[in-house]
Design a protein around this ligand. Sequence first.
Ligand code: MRU
Length: 349
Amino acid sequence: MRIVDWAGDDEGGPAVVLLDQRALPGATEHLYLRTVDELIEAIRSLAVRGAPSLGITGAFGVALAAHLHGTATPVAVAAVRAAAGRIAVARPTAVPLGLGVARALEALDDGPPAVLAQARAVAAEAARVNAAATARAADLAQELCADRPLRALTVCNTGPLATGDGGTALGAVLRLHERGALAEVLACETRPLLQGARLTVWELAAAGAPHRLCVDSAGPAAIASGLVDAVFVGADRIAANGDVANKIGTYMLACAAARSGIPFVVVAPEETIDPHTPTGADIVVEQRGAEEVREHGGTLLTLPGTPVYNPAFDVTPFDLVTAIVTEERAWGPGSSPAPSTAGPRTALA
Ligand code: MRU
């Protein structure tokens, strides 16, 4: 099943195709995006979401713009660059979105097919990175909880839907399942848009991995009750000092894990660590619309017009993290200072 891909350049014109995550798990529908505005709306409305999947979508979005405008004249190139700039800031927190856009733009001088090849390379690279990071995280989890199959807890969705092939945090949990080392996953439902209930449960069920769903506020209680051996989460942006921005609800799980002395493991591509964001206080946390909290499925859950606080993410301080596991390393507060090995990067965001 294609999560994000190039749909070709048929008589309907060039298009990016993606699995509409808003419709899951009820329906598997593909969206064909033929304009940059449609692609940006798909990102904003979470038809596609999850940091690495946003990076892949951003790269294919630049390929779409290059096919729509061409690259033969300075005016056309300027139009592609303007479109790329709008795609890169469609959501502000996830690092890979801006990087995927920037990477696709590197091929602009060589024409639309080269930009498309670059977008495909971004997707292939994500799969390679995810495979390495999830294997390392699964190894670490088995080392930390060596004596029995592991009871994991996770929030939001960090499987292939969020990342392209392989997943990150949920990918590590699925690796444990493949190894026969997973007893159970507790999946937090992830209010308000229910990425845990709708998407993580769907992916766990498809993999045949034992799981239960819980409301977000039951996560810390489950940890305190001794029902969880380790917490696995992804990341949208990791500051240079190790502070981690991830789905709202992550911080309370980190606090509970620290209080109970169980591992809190972040699994993310190395590129998520942003050398240009010194600390968590510098991370721009996306604020989303009030209707996401006031309503569900068209039903009003509160008084009409109730003012709402709806941050998409929270920031977990590095000292609550056991390890940030990437394709290159496991970095924890106890390990020697490990600044990102990534050189200077250009991100459009
Ligand atoms: O708002 P979303 O659904 O895009 O949030 C996604 C998350 O918070 C994920 O945990 C994060 O992007 C990492 S995906 C491997």
